[in-house]
Design a protein around this ligand. Structure first.
Ligand SMILES: [Mn+2]
Length: 427
């Protein structure tokens, strides 16, 4: 049977505590590209590890001590929500919660957390990987021809959980059909949960921030490399290929979303579909791209460049400077305790005051992490230390052109650090 949603404690109660000093000591509020000590150490470690990761295809740069601490916090949250366990299904694109909790980066499995124990159910495709990628979880083999529900029932019985036990599931990720089957087949009372794991992901720990900083620095190199090759006559698709190739070259497993290259009047379309249009001298070119890196973390950066060979339209220069100031003002305002709406307002007020308010047609940014649009309860939760958010104001003038400038920021104890370090345009 189905019960009403489990209520869960506010995210601040569960927010992972960050070790002071590690993130916030250097690079804060700096416009320079100087990297922090923590970043350099991580980069050295990471560059060495990429070789190994490429060959065994797992997420072993993850910090298992930190992940086990996550499991403990989630188990404590289960007790608070009066749940005996939670069953999480990994299926293709919905793998981030399991990666976050266990380190397993495969695309099909089920994870069962009771208040004390942690299990992963998988078919034979993953029996070799799971002990390596999720070493602290007990692997429950589900051989071909065996039903998952039989195996889950066996484990529930082994854990001495009665048929009346409350088993949470992720309402956002399970179909109505599957929930009905589970409530029929499982010896438990199924309880839908909302963002049970996601709310932990809102506040990143030191290891996650190191991963994100690395992702952002690598992706920033892509922009620095493509600027000198932009020229009149090149198509958006050709430039897009140059960007995508370099995202891989600098260590990403894949793009974190489809790259946008928008030139001339196309730059007025915030999410333009990259085309065969050839760029003309003096035009703005908006480039919005990101990578997904080993370990699972993403970057998301936008820069607007100008095609060489002709002076840009003075109107576009004015727009560029307004957007850049809006980006910088929002960065300066970001701090623990600020809500998304107030962060957004800082950039919006600036663009409004400059007379372009009607042309800033989207939100200022979004949470970033294991996916390019990471879950965050923007309305109810304030940003706090470890929140990673994009800062991407834009001005789009239909038929003329547009400018967007996007950086990835992390909230620190006394403000924010900019993770992306690609240069801005100098006229
Ligand atoms: Mn973005």
């Amino acid at each position: 049977m189905l019960e009403a949603s489990a209520s869960v404690a506010g995210p601040h109660a569960a927010a992972p505590a960050l070790e002071p000093g590690l993130l916030v000591s250097e690079g804060v509020r700096s416009d320079s590209s100087a990297s922090s000590v923590a970043y350099d150490q991580f980069a050295m470690f990471f560059d060495r590890e990429i070789w190994r990761i490429d060959h065994i295809d797992n997420g072993s740069v993850l910090n298992y001590a930190a992940m086990n601490a996550r499991v403990k916090r989630i188990q404590a949250a289960l007790a608070k929500a009066k749940l005996d366990a939670i069953l999480i299904r990994v299926f293709e694109n919905n793998s981030q919660n399991v990666l976050y909790v266990s380190g397993f980066a495969g695309s099909v499995a089920h994870l069962l957390l009771t208040r004390k124990k942690a299990f992963i159910f998988a078919d034979a495709r993953y029996w070799t990987r799971i002990p390596k990628e999720a070493p602290d979880f007990e692997l429950v083999k589900v051989p071909r021809g065996t039903k998952l529900s039989e195996k889950v029932n066996e484990v529930l019985a082994k854990c001495k959980l009665p048929d009346s036990c409350k088993l949470g599931f992720e309402a956002a990720h399970i179909s109505v059909e599957l929930a009905a089957n589970w409530s029929k087949d499982l010896n438990a009372t199924l309880v839908p949960t909302t963002h049970f794991i996601e709310r932990f992901r809102q506040y990143k720990d030191v290891d996650e921030i190191a991963s994100l900083r690395y992702a952002c620095r690598q992706t920033s190199k892509v922009y620095k490399e493509v600027v000198p090759i932009i020229k009149a006559g090149m198509s958006e698709n050709e430039l897009c290929f140059e960007i995508d190739m370099r995202i891989r070259k600098h260590g990403a497993i894949s793009n974190s979303f489809t790259t946008i290259v928008a030139s001339g009047p196309n730059a007025a379309v915030p999410h333009h579909a990259t085309s065969d249009r050839r760029m003309k001298a003096g035009e703005p070119v908006v480039m919005d791209f990101g990578g997904l890196y080993p370990g699972g973390y993403c970057s998301d950066i936008t820069r607007t460049a100008f095609v060489p060979g002709k002076k840009p339209d003075p109107k576009m220069v004015e727009v560029y400077n307004i957007v850049l100031d809006a980006n910088k003002k929002a960065f300066k305002a970001l701090r623990p305790g600020i809500k998304y709406a107030d962060f957004d307002k800082v950039a919006r007020d600036h663009i409004d005051a400059c007379g372009y308010g009607q042309y800033f047609t989207h939100g200022l940014g979004h949470s970033l992490g294991l996916v390019a649009h990471d879950p965050f309860d923007y309305e109810n939760d304030a940003f706090d230390v470890g929140t990673v958010v994009t800062d991407e104001p834009g001005i789009y003038i239909d038929g003329v052109g547009g400018v967007r400038i996007e950086d990835d920021l992390v909230v620190t104890a006394d403000g924010a650090e900019r993770l992306t370090n690609a240069p801005y345009w100098k006229f």
